[in-house]
Design a protein around this ligand. Sequence first.
Ligand SMILES: [Zn+2]
Length: 460
Amino acid sequence: MTISTGALWIKNPLAIFASQGEDVSGGIVIHDGKIVELVAGGQQPTTAYDQTYDASRHVVLPGLINTHHHFYQTLTRAYPDALNKELFPWLKTLYPLWAGLEPEMLKVATTLAMAELMLSGCTLAADHHYLFPNGMEEAIDAQVEAVNTLGIRAMLTRGSMSLGEDDGGLPPQSTVQTEQQIIDDSERLIQRYHQRGEGATVQIALAPCSPFSVTPEIMKASALLAERNDVRLHTHLAETIDEETFCLQRFGMRTVDYLESVGWLSNRTWLAHGIHFDDDEIKRLGAAGVGICHCPTSNMMLASGIARVKELEAAGAPVGLGVDGSASNDGSNMIQEVRQALYLQRLRYGSSSVTHFDAYRWATEGSAKVLGRNDVGVIAVGMQADLALFTLDEMRFSGSHDPLAALLLCGAHKADRVMVAGQWTVVNGEIPGLDTQQLIADHSQMAKRLAEKLKNKTVV
Ligand SMILES: [Zn+2]
């Protein structure tokens, strides 16, 4: 599904977001899937190249990296009963619907969500899949297949829920698994799919869902398993005050104390949201190097709060961006999420303290660090050739002056070209070989079927 290239000079971009202070206005040279040379303005590459791509209409960014999503939720966007609610009632409305998920639905939802991300400039996406009702035992296997077909990189997290309603948790009992089932499947997936080292395409992480849907035992067992296999840990934390209250009542401690008590306060961990931390908690998270995935749209949609992103970064915590699941966004558009981050963070820190460069950094270098990667996220020699190219020829950009600022301020929503490891994965705003209309038709039909299942009460 990708078009291959040899040694390629991406020449004279309109603008480029590259390593600090370097003149890269002549473009970049790519060979063997990596960036091999940065070219100064008016210069020719010193590396031999056999192809040229004229980027004079393009703003070039490192490929955007999404660090938190729930791909399956694309099937339950704008669901009437879940509208206008905050996190806990929103979740309680949707859990019974989600309990009807089937393997084919997840596969199509994964393909659609990743396609959406790719068309908005994304080259690496994390998904947090924690629903394993009966019949969904091979959920992550189906996702790996979809990732490999599209050519994007993915961090697929093996989520889990082990604390059902019967035991004081939030999710329905039919959606939770035993500790043994979770650990066995996690181990199987790591052995089978986790790639290590530079240029990895598919990686696996362990991701118990949230304090209110898993037991401390599964948190501890996951941490030990991650340590033993050298993989990353992911969960939702400090998203809402309801969650903080739940932790105080059930565990007798605040969220970060809970995190520490189960062995997760480490640089192996990244957290979705990370909103309600006090000053001391920010210091501790920073010192431990815990990554934070900021999800501005989701946080606004559910009125959860505004993450203290600048303070977390200053304390030493890597900060990246995530669109979050498509029931709380309800889109999977990365470049739009960068704009949301810029504006929401300005609301907290003021307009002179948060620039478009900050927002780009979170979506690229920051997100790469959050996922534990040092081979992507920056345009520099030796890095993987993962790029997103945008044009400014729509009406919305007309009259703009600074191209890098215009891309965000005027509201870019689609990439013209995207490259992963030197291969074009998006060409002229389309994914080569993907029948988008058919995908939408299949996906819409499955979304309807999922809703019908709940209506007819055929979900166990
Ligand atoms: Zn989430």
